[in-house]
Ligand binder design. Structure first.
Ligand SMILES: Nc1ncnc2c1ncn2[C@@H]1O[C@H](COP(=O)(O)OP(=O)(O)OP(=O)(O)O)[C@@H](O)[C@H]1O
Length: 797
């Protein structure tokens, strides 16, 4: 009980007081029973005035800033409009502090600063605080009179009772209003921010929050990486957005919030944070309220804050609104982070996909390309524009082997099997060049496409093929080495051979096809080798094919090679002679023997340098110089339809005729001594001379087998010779008549050949019944004279 300026204690008549109090109570109950809310308060003040017989009664409501607003005011005649006043200096101050105050009289003296008391002519005062259920003072119920107010304690108790009742009523009204306000605020903010995401959401959030809560500043922040700073996501400054900025949180009001607590400072915030006083004052900030913005897991991500240039009561800004929007901001921030991470991941994946050194392709089930990375495009020879509309299967060439592999591979995808490193042969799109890949493919879990990955192993395969080619070349050379070769020079000084040598020199440097014709054993191969050795290809192999020596059915595979399984008996891939001779020279001996059906293929190699292996459709390209040789009359062959004319003309670009030995008799001595030396050295014999007679018979012989025959004759002679002089032995009879390989050049030659032929038949007997002279119809002396003239001598045996 407050000060009682005039305690009625001594005159207290208890039964009388009780009665009066009962009456007072009854009057109040009766007067207010049917009213609630604002009406209740109005009725109450009226009834208080009437029942106590006093002039004034009112209900005051405590406002922020220690002010009171009257909610109902009775002045004895009627109600006064609501008004506000400062508590300070008034008798209400102590009531608001929680006490019941009764000043029976002299109240103006007690509260001299309260001029209103004077204006109203108030002498006495009675008031009780009005409290909410938690005991917080919401306002007061006061009674004032212009005369002393003598009341018994019982009457004051009744007054207090109604004070409690009024407190409940006010509390209910306050709650109702704040609920309504909260709802409006919530709706305003949530409606204002609903359609937005990302940075727009934060901008709308702070703007709407500031508007709904009637504060100047609102902002939302997130931690910078090191968590000692935050960066604003949106900052509303009363009438505009400020650019986002970051700041160190140490020593700021935000520090507490970012540690995870709600922080509220109703006033004087600048003084509490001396390090930031200036900035806060510059903004005119007096009050501050903020909550942490948290993730779903509870981690602090940043904060949501409002600041005002006036005092900001806690109740005014129902912090549950704040919490809701803090949570919403947290969710949005997390969503943004997630989105950023996803984007980053996607970018990283895309980069990985795009830049990976391994080729990646996504294909539809029908092999239509969906995506392909750079490596894939490079290997396949396609550009980014070509991805769409390209089908994977079109890269596979139409060879049985490649198609079989593809079929197997595709079947495995259909079954959902992860193919592991199938090797496929493809063709590049841009230049049709072969491409070998090691291929992995698996269906995407969605089943909509397959994810294919491949390694370009073309280089490896080409290297392996080259290795195989080189191995084959080696093998060939080893075989060649086994067969004795004449790498010797071409012996001869005759005009005929000189002509040949000139031609060889002339044509060697070019890549022209050369056709060497001539009888057997005239040195056609030697000419071919000479051309090769003088050419720029001399470091490569001269690959020889004797077309007459290979069964017709095998010539194709021998020349062009064959694929695995191309025909029965061919187990592995065979590298053909043309491949072996790539960048070098091929010598097609006895080219006239090539079957007609193969001549077309040969013509194509000559013209384009292209061919296919037997059993393959893949075109191989080679750079081969062709030297062909024949002892046949190819023109005749063409005429008789056994040789294609186009091939003949193509081969006959540069013909060289290898002269028959009998057409260069003057070379015989040179050749003889060359062979004598060669064989005697080889046999460890010392043969120093060739008797003139022997030489004469060699010179007079027709040499149907040409130099090869001469070589054999000399070899045999060297074997037979006992002493230092070459002994020819008995060689003529068998071959003297065999000079029909080509027509003798002169009559003299023919005469000599014929005489020798007959002499061999008569075993060199000239005269007599069985003598040669008789057969020839000549006188023996005439014959002897002719023989001497023609240099015919009986060979030594
Ligand atoms: N001018 C020459 N000088 C030295 N030796 C030669 C000469 N011409 C050919 N020979 C030798 O004669 C032999 C036969 O020569 P080659 O094999 O070149 O003849 P060819 O015309 O190719 O025979 P064919 O038509 O039977 O294949 C070889 O041992 C070769 O060394």
């Amino acid at each position: 009980m407050g000060q009682d300026a005039a305690s009625p204690g001594d005159q207290h008549d208890a039964p009388q007081a009780r009665r009066q109090a009962d009456e007072f109570l009854r009057a109040l109950v009766k007067g207010t029973i049917s009213s609630t809310g604002g009406d209740f308060l109005r009725e109450l003040v009226k009834q208080v005035s009437a029942a106590l017989g006093i002039r004034y009664a009112f209900v005051g409501f405590l406002l922020p800033g220690a002010r009171i607003r009257t909610l109902a005011f009775w002045n004895g005649d009627g109600y006064v409009d609501p008004m506000e006043y400062d508590l300070e200096g008034t008798p209400c101050t102590n009531v608001i502090a929680g006490e019941t105050c009764h000043y029976a009289q002299g109240v103006q003296t007690l509260f001299p600063r309260d001029s209103e008391l004077v204006t109203l002519g108030v002498t006495s005062y009675l008031a009780v605080p009005l409290k909410d259920p938690r005991g917080t003072v919401l306002g007061h119920l006061a009674a004032m009179d212009t005369k002393p107010m003598l009341l018994a304690p019982e009457e004051i108790e009744v007054f207090q009772l109604f004070g409690e009742r009024a407190g409940v009523e006010i509390y209910r009204q306050v709650m109702e209003r704040s609920l309504k306000e909260r709802e409006t605020t919530l709706r305003a903010i949530s409606e204002g921010t609903a359609p937005a995401v990302g940075p727009d959401f934060f901008r709308l959030l702070v703007k709407n929050l500031a508007t709904a809560l009637s504060v100047t500043y609102a902002f939302v922040s997130e931690f910078c990486v090191d968590r000692t700073r935050v960066r604003t996501l949106a900052f509303w400054a009363g009438d505009r957005f400020e650019d986002n900025f970051d700041y160190a949180i140490a020593g700021t009001p935000c520090e507490k919030v970012l540690a995870g607590e709600l922080y509220h400072c109703a006033d004087g915030v600048a003084d509490r944070f001396p390090h930031h006083k200036r900035e806060l004052e510059e903004l005119g900030v007096r009050s501050y309220l903020a909550i942490p913005v948290t993730s779903a897991g509870g981690g602090v991500l940043g904060h949501l804050a409002v600041m005002d240039t006036k005092r900001m009561e806690f109740e005014q800004l129902d912090h549950s609104v704040f919490k809701i929007f803090g949570a919403r901001a947290g969710a949005e921030l997390e969503r943004m982070h997630m989105e950023a991470r996803l984007r980053e991941n996607e970018e990283r994946l895309r980069d990985l996909f795009e830049e990976a050194p391994i080729a990646y392709v996504h294909e539809g089930i029908d092999t239509r390309f969906i995506r392909a990375n750079k490596t894939a495009m490079k290997s396949l020879g396609i550009t980014p524009d070509e991805i769409d509309g390209t089908y994977g299967r079109t890269f596979i060439p139409d060879t049985p082997e490649a198609q079989r592999r593809l079929k197997e591979a595709l079947a495995s995808i259909g079954k959902g099997i992860d193919t592991s490193g199938v090797i496929l042969e493809l063709r590049r799109k841009d230049n049709g060049k072969p491409l070998w890949i090691k291929w992995w493919s698996r269906p995407d879990p969605s089943g909509a496409y397959t994810r294919t990955m491949f390694l370009d192993i073309t280089e490896q395969v080409l290297m392996e093929q080259e290795k195989a080619r080189l191995e084959a070349a080696n093998l060939y050379l080893q075989e060649e080495i086994k067969t004795v070769h004449n790498f010797e020079e071409i012996i001869g000084t005759s005009p005929a051979i000189k002509k040949v040598l000139q031609a060889v020199e002339k044509v060697a440097a070019t890549d022209a096809t050369v056709l060497v014709t001539g009888e057997t054993g005239t040195g056609k191969e030697l000419i071919a080798r000479a051309i090769h050795n003088l050419s720029t290809r001399k470091d490569g192999v001269l690959v020889k094919v004797n077309c007459a020596a290979i069964p017709a059915g095998l010539i194709e595979s021998e020349l062009f090679g064959h694929e695995k399984g191309a025909f029965t008996g061919a187990l592995a891939r065979k590298v053909g002679r043309f491949e072996l001779a790539d960048k070098a020279t091929i010598f097609l001996d006895e080219v006239g023997e090539i079957p007609l059906e193969l001549q077309t293929k040969l013509l194509r190699v000559l013209q384009e340098g292209e061919f296919e292996r037997l059993g393959s459709t893949r075109t191989l390209k080679v750079n081969v110089r062709v030297i062909a040789a024949t002892n046949r009359d190819l023109e005749k062959e063409v005429r008789e339809g056994r040789f294609r004319s186009d091939l003949y003309y193509r081969l006959n670009v540069f013909p060289i005729r290898s002269p028959a030995l009998r057409d260069r008799v003057q070379d015989i001595p040179l050749l003889v001594s060359y062979f004598v030396k060669k064989f005697s050295t080889a046999m460890g014999k010392k043969i120093e001379s060739v008797p003139a007679k022997a030489m004469e018979s060699l010179k007079s012989y027709g040499w149907p087998g040409n130099i090869r025959e001469l070589e054999h004759v000399i070899e045999r002679a060297v074997i037979l010779s006992q002493g230092p002089a070459l002994e020819l032995g008995d060689w003529m009879p068998k071959s003297a008549t065999a000079s029909g390989a080509g027509p003798p050049a002169t009559l003299e030659e023919m005469e000599r050949a014929h005489i020798i032929h007959v002499l061999i038949q008569t075993n060199w007997r000239v005269s007599g019944e069985k003598g040669a002279a008789r057969i020839l119809g000549l006188n023996p002396t005439t014959l002897e004279a002719r023989m001497k003239k023609l240099g015919i001598q009986r060979p030594l045996t």
